[in-house]
Design a protein around this ligand. Structure first.
Ligand SMILES: *Cc1c(COP(=O)(O)O)cnc(C)c1O
Length: 367
């Protein structure tokens, strides 16, 4: 019985080893390790891929969000609206700006922000909204943009899980004021370490972002603003340039596998993902009864699964001082946190492996 991981990064490397090895060697030979030509080239390729005017490379998805918030002028006393059901990194940078995250519950079908709950969360201190394109599916951006326009708010897309996903024909990251991407190794486009990107269509914002990532400078030793060291490594940019060329194929493979899972799981007491908008299936998440038992049954058959995420943000120990903290405030988030299960999902997953996963789930519910 061979083990099936949640994500198989070794299989991906095996498939493109010569290209990756060449890119790494070239980076080392050039001895240009931080920023430089490779980073600039990858920024251009990534902007073109997204259909964004500008892409500014940075050190992670978390720093991408921090940079976008700083660029919006979010600071002490401000509030930023986001979801209770997401990875912690969506909210941390809000706190790093001295602002307060204000959570909104999610839609029970798409797991993305419930657009009907946004307006009631707005106060005179609200500066921005961060919708998350969770699991790879775009949030419903039109109503979000309408609300943002009505109240004069900025929209920062957390597209960390959704590179390449499309909302009504536009790639995510180009719909709001800023798009924030993560190239964490397990993401759909993963580096061999940490890396991230901010996209924008605004030239002066792009210029400010470039200063912020690199010690507030445009020339070597003049620092116009107090910035950060949030730069991308050239090694990562070289690897990401190679991998970007495969992303469309990998996305197609993910989508095919997701649709195949839907077929294989038909008739079982599990809720398969609702595809409302073009979905790139960073994760394939089902909802099920007896989740913990099912997870154990899969584990004992050598099948890894995950829970994204078991503890909602408003129940995190670090956020207990926030408004809306504590049980009962976000019922959809709380309900799904006990029912969701992420099944293995990566482009190299074979049909045979997938059949075995589905068969194990079928057997579990037949007992
Ligand atoms: C991964 C992720 C981030 C953070 O990205 P890092 O590159 O790990 O810093 C932010 N938001 C979401 C939704 C993520 O999945």
């Amino acid at each position: 019985m061979s083990f099936i991981p949640l994500v198989d990064l070794k299989a991906q490397y095996r498939a493109i080893k010569p290209e990756i090895d060449r890119a790494i060697q070239q980076s080392i030979d050039s001895a240009e390790f931080i920023m430089g030509e490779r980073v600039r080239k990858f920024e251009e390729e990534f902007a073109e891929f997204c259909g964004a005017r500008f892409a500014v490379a940075c050190s992670s998805g978390t720093t991408a969000l921090h940079l976008a918030l700083l660029c919006c002028g979010v600071g002490q006393g401000d509030e930023v609206i986001t979801v209770s059901h997401t990875f912690i990194a969506t909210a941390e940078p809000i706190c790093h700006c001295g602002a307060t995250p204000v959570f909104v519950d999610v839609d029970p079908e798409t797991y993305n922000i419930d657009v009907n709950l946004i307006e009631q969360a707005i106060t005179p201190r609200t500066k921005a909204i961060i919708p998350v394109h969770l699991y790879g599916q775009p949030a419903d951006m039109d109503p979000i943009l309408r609300i943002a326009q009505k109240y004069g708010l900025k929209v920062i897309e957390d597209a960390a899980q959704a590179v390449g996903a499309e909302y009504k024909g536009r790639r995510v990251g180009t719909i709001g004021d800023f798009g924030c991407f993560s190239f964490f190794p397990a993401k759909n486009l993963g580096a061999y370490g940490d890396a991230g990107m901010v996209t924008t269509s605004n030239e002066s914002d792009a210029r400010r972002l470039r200063m912020l990532v690199n010690h507030g400078r445009e020339t070597k030793y003049e620092h116009k603003i107090v910035g950060y060291n949030y730069r991308m490594d050239a090694l990562q940019a070289g690897i990401l340039s190679v991998k970007l060329q495969h992303l469309a194929d990998w996305t197609e493979a993910r989508r095919r596998l997701a649709h195949r899972y839907n077929e294989l799981l038909k008739g079982l007491p599990v809720v398969t993902p609702a595809e409302k908008f073009h979905h790139v299936y960073h994760l394939y998440v089902i909802q099920c009864d007896n989740r913990d038992e099912l997870q154990k049954a899969l584990e004992s058959e050598g099948i890894a699964t995950g829970i994204h995420y078991p503890i909602p943000l408003h129940l995190q120990p670090c956020f207990q001082d926030l408004p809306g903290a504590g049980k009962g405030h976000f019922p959809v988030t709380e309900k799904i946190a006990s029912r969701i299960l992420s099944l293995p999902m990566f482009p190299e997953l074979t049909d045979t492996q997938q059949d075995r996963i589905a068969e194990t789930i079928r057997k579990f519910y037949e007992y």
